[in-house]
Design a protein around this ligand. Sequence first.
Ligand code: SAH
Length: 347
Amino acid sequence: MAVDIKSLNREELEKLLVSLGEKPFRAKQIYSWLHVRQVTSFEEMTDISTKLREILKETCELTALTKIEVQCSKLDGTRKYLFGLADGNMIESVLMRYKHGNSVCISSQAGCRMGCRFCASTLDGLVRNLTPGELLDQIYRIQQDIGERVSHVVVMGTGEPLDNYDNLLKFIHLLSSEGGLHISQRNITVSTCGIVPNMLRLAEEKLQITLALSLHAPSQEKRQELMPVARKYDIQQVIEACKHYFERTGRRITYEYSLVGGFNDSQEDADLLARLLKGQNCHINLIPVNPIKEREFVQPESGVVLEFKNKLEKYGRNVTIRREMGRDIDGACGQLRKRYRKGRREP
Ligand code: SAH
């Protein structure tokens, strides 16, 4: 089988080149072509001999996503990309422009098997995990498309990153490596629905990334109605895992809370939530649910989101309301891909 060259770290690339009869220092050059200049073919590696380029072409596969469609917001510069993978699968990634820099939201899997009720990405189940190279290339292709540097990465697109643990970990190391794009780990956020054993594992990896937990409900009862994963790892276990993550890494947890009108947006829900997170140095991010046509979830009535926030703040909690980006290109995550998969794309 061909070697997936974009997923190799420096040592592995060195080993590969030595096995092909080359000097180890070639690895530095090739690594830079792959991860700094972000070329999409071996031909572009002009300071590598034609012979070696031929050998690499025969032994390796160079992951390069193809841009199928881009939707651009006229309001805030948000760009939503639909990318094609070598095997014909499709994934979505989103560029968001902030004052502090360009942030890219990437997918971690093609599809998802977590089954969260309000989420469009999981409706057709999991197809497969993305490789470290495919995770990286979403950022590389967007960076090339806009001709600007990407400074922040959030793994909050389609898929459950902690259900693709090994590839995610390798991706984080490649993305933050000095010889690569060198994005600070503090600018990388990984969002999980709460796979407790892997959260505990992640706490031991000595990373400086931010962990975001999709909480979405203040009690076990309500949480398991929205998120099947809660039946496996209950709310107390998940909160304990978050506390443990903070203790081990010193990194504050972000709790994401999607507000569903009439379900988890009452003042009592806010009381319960404040109590649940009592004493934790954390951040709460409120997201009015993005309705999908397959489910009947609606956004809270106007004013309710602000009241919910105010209530939490009275308890001294640190809260923000997620600013909606790309309102005019709308559609919840996973919907662009879904339309294409069904082959009935509406104009
Ligand atoms: N699997 C990971 C990351 C992907 S989802 C996770 O569960 O965290 C990224 C975030 O978007 C999660 O908090 C998820 O619950 C939320 N989300 C998904 N669909 C949504 C919708 N329709 N409206 C609001 N938030 C949604």
